[in-house]
Design a protein around this ligand. Structure first.
Ligand code: AMP
Ligand code: GLY
Length: 428
């Protein structure tokens, strides 16, 4: 098959790495890709929001299968756009249409969806910009801390956890006044849940699904989960508190009702669903849905899949997932994200990266890099996602950090504690 992968981050490098290993892959293109994907595939300099440009690639390169990495093109209707094109009638697409992507694109939609289908989630109420007073009256009745969420996509920044009534009132006012632009013209006021989070992924064709390895990500920039929220500073898979009993609750209470709900609502969903879950005293609750894989979770998860990924991606897109399973290794994987100084705030780009050719057993996935005058330079906040593997967390950590210690650029930074919390849980 000729395959086009859309995106340019560490998630896409990891997907390209796995897709390129399949005997079913004839040619692999990535739009726009990064310096890492250029080693495994042909990068094409078309942006993820250039729907015309992506359609042209599908025609010129005789693409059979399109895999969409990030959420924005899905929420903005890339699938719907391509499906309208008569010349692309046979194109297989992994990624939901605009309607299905609302699971991620609108937190109000996803909350109501969960409520309609009795899927466990935190209680919440939505207020729009003409309902500031009602929102504040509601806040007064809430226990603190309370969670305020912008309804729309806000580049991972639209969630604020408020510790006091004053803070929550002020945050509500500023969000409804446009703190996150159009995304916060509606705001959910949500009950705060206490527990440990994990990410669960499925690939569904709208009727059946395959489960991918679960993962835990590390969102805060500082060690010990301190400091600002980021896109993700590391990931671990498997997650030791995701026992068989817990995962069977996840499947029965969350995954199956979600897929059944989509079907009942006549939403033809073909693609990944990422369940952002929280384990509250042994019971799973949904914190959020995403219409795509996680980043950096994918960089750990892909290394644990033994089956041919292209076979299941094609089965997903063509509606033939029934009976498919993904074989996974028992090995542990740990991804350490190396970021630019200043991230998630302002940071510089264009610094040459040294040590990328050093000998190590880890896999260096590129997240924000580019080739400049035959030198690989930094080109984003999250620059590299280094994945180590081992028979336990300790072994995987050693492999990842050994590689990380040999790579650097001006101002490079990483967390040293990825996986340590789970290692402690194992030892208890
Ligand atoms: P989201 O963008 O929805 O993933 O939210 C960002 C982060 O906010 C999550 O990963 C959680 O750590 C936290 N969060 C969101 N909703 C809740 C909630 N209801 N209770 C506790 N923490 C939450
Ligand atoms: N790592 C979390 C996300 O991809 O949203």
């Amino acid at each position: 098959m000729n395959i086009l992968l859309v995106g340019s981050g560490g998630r896409e490098h990891a997907l390209a790495w796995k897709i390129s290993q399949s005997p079913l892959t004839r040619r692999l293109f990535v739009a726009p890709g990064n310096a890492g994907t250029s080693k495994l595939a042909e990068n094409l300099s078309v942006k993820v929001d250039d729907f015309q440009g992506l359609a042209a690639i599908c025609k010129d390169k005789l693409i059979d299968l399109l895999v969409v990495g990030p959420e924005a093109p899905l929420v903005n209707g890339l699938r719907d756009f391509l499906e309208k094109d008569n010349d692309l009638r046979n194109l297989l697409i992994v990624g939901p249409g605009m309607k299905g992507a609302q699971l991620e694109g609108s937190k109000d939609f996803s909350k109501q969806f969960m409520q309609r289908h009795k899927i466990p989630t935190a209680g919440a109420k939505t207020f729009s910009s003409d309902q500031v007073k009602e929102g504040i009256r509601f806040l007064i009745t809430q226990r603190m801390p309370v969670v305020l969420k912008a309804d729309g996509l806000a580049a991972g920044k639209g969630v604020v956890i408020c510790q006091s009534l004053e803070e929550s009132e002020e945050t509500l006012r500023s969000m409804l006044a446009g703190k996150f632009g159009e995304a916060s013209s509606r705001v959910l006021i949500e009950e705060f849940l206490t527990g440990i989070e994990l990410s669960v992924f499925v690939l569904t064709d709208g009727s059946d699904y395959v489960l991918l390895p679960e993962a835990k990500d590390y969102k805060r920039v500082g060690e010990g989960d301190t400091g600002l929220n980021t896109g993700g500073m590391g990931a671990v898979s498997p997650v030791n508190f995701a026992t068989t009993a817990f995962m069977s609750k996840v499947e029965e209470r969350i995954i199956k009702p979600t897929i059944k709900g989509l079907k009942e609502e006549k939403i033809d969903y073909r693609g990944f669903i990422f369940f952002g879950l929280i384990n509250v005293n042994g019971d799973p609750y949904v914190i959020e849905y995403n219409a795509r894989m996680g980043d950096p979770e994918t960089e750990a998860v892909m290394t644990r899949i033994e089956s041919d990924l292209v076979e299941v991606l094609a089965a997903c897109a063509s509606g033939h997932l029934k009976g498919k399973v993904l074989a996974t290794t028992k090995e542990h994987a740990i991804t350490v994200v190396m970021v630019a100084a200043g991230y998630p705030g302002d940071y510089q780009k264009g610094h040459p990266i040294s040590g990328l050719d050093a000998q190590h057993d880890a896999i260096a996935f590129h997240a924000g890099t580019k080739l400049q005058d035959s030198q690989i330079v930094t080109d984003g906040g999250r620059v590299l996602a280094i994945t180590g593997r081992g028979k336990d967390i300790d072994g995987a950590r050693q492999m990842a950090y050994k590689a990380v210690s040999g790579i650097s650029w001006t101002g490079s930074y990483f967390r040293r504690d990825i996986g340590l919390d789970l290692q402690r849980l194992t030892k208890r």
